[in-house]
Design a protein around this ligand. Structure first.
Ligand SMILES: [Zn+2]
Length: 247
């Protein structure tokens, strides 16, 4: 695979980075990325990755845009209220480059449909807002040995995880075996748009690095960010003997 003259022009800024170069740009072009949840985390992820030169996306969401989404879901504006998130996202991404291919899945993920939905993608991004979906996505990614990024936000806090299950290692369930009790959606607890933005931007950054061969030191770790006190810390996730994915 080669780059076209248009692509060499378009991505010049990052091709000039020695650690990316033409070879890294070609790798980005070849990646297939599935974004689950077209909301506060999914918006910046698909925006940055499409601008960085990823051309093949899957996008899963069943929801429509509401006025209260606009403060954090940076792809949408007033004219989009009431429209389907997946369709508006696809349209806006293709304004950046009409060669970007977005396959849309108008559904809520569950244990059954995830098997088919994730199978053709190299990277899975979990930008969902509930732990049932997060654990289901995690379990299916373990089975299919995928690379998985997870973003989770609440109030001023963002948690970002990266697992590469092609190499074994721990999973989300090792860290959190069951769904926490009495959890509410991030919007109900309160959430700042910059918090979802930081989570989505860090996921995009680490995915670009991994795709071009720059080691990500987030692998098998969780990055815990508190944006009220501007505290960043990483914790290593260890394989749990009790995790059902390793029985
Ligand atoms: Zn596990």
């Amino acid at each position: 695979m080669k780059l076209t003259n248009d692509q060499i022009d378009r991505y010049r800024g990052q091709i000039n980075l020695k650690k990316i170069n033409i070879q890294g740009q070609i790798k980005l072009k070849q990646q297939k990325v599935l974004v689950i949840g077209a909301g506060g985390i999914g918006s910046p992820v698909i925006l940055f990755l499409s601008r960085a030169g990823v051309l093949t996306f899957g996008l899963v969401d069943f929801d429509k845009i509401s006025k209260s989404n606009l403060h954090r879901q940076v792809l949408f504006d007033n004219n989009d209220i009431g429209k389907k998130k997946i369709l508006v996202t696809k349209k806006k991404i293709q304004l950046i480059d009409k060669k970007i291919n977005v396959k849309t899945y108008n559904t809520k993920v569950n244990k059954t449909n995830l098997k088919q939905i994730i199978k053709d993608y190299d990277y899975i991004i979990d930008g969902t807002d509930n732990f049932t979906s997060k654990l289901n996505i995690n379990d299916e990614c373990v089975k299919q040995k995928k690379k998985l990024f997870i973003g989770s936000v609440s109030q001023f806090d963002a948690h970002v995880f990266f697992f590469d299950f092609s190499k074994g290692g721990p999973c989300l369930r090792c860290f959190m075996p069951k769904e926490p009790q009495n959890t509410t959606r991030c919007q109900d607890d309160g959430i700042l748009g910059t918090v979802t933005g930081v989570a989505g931007t860090i996921i995009s950054n680490e995915l670009i690095k991994d795709a071009v061969g720059i080691p990500s030191n987030l692998k098998n770790e969780a990055l815990i960010i508190n944006l009220e006190n501007l505290m960043f810390r990483k914790i290593k996730i260890k394989e749990s003997k009790n995790c059902k994915n390793y029985e």
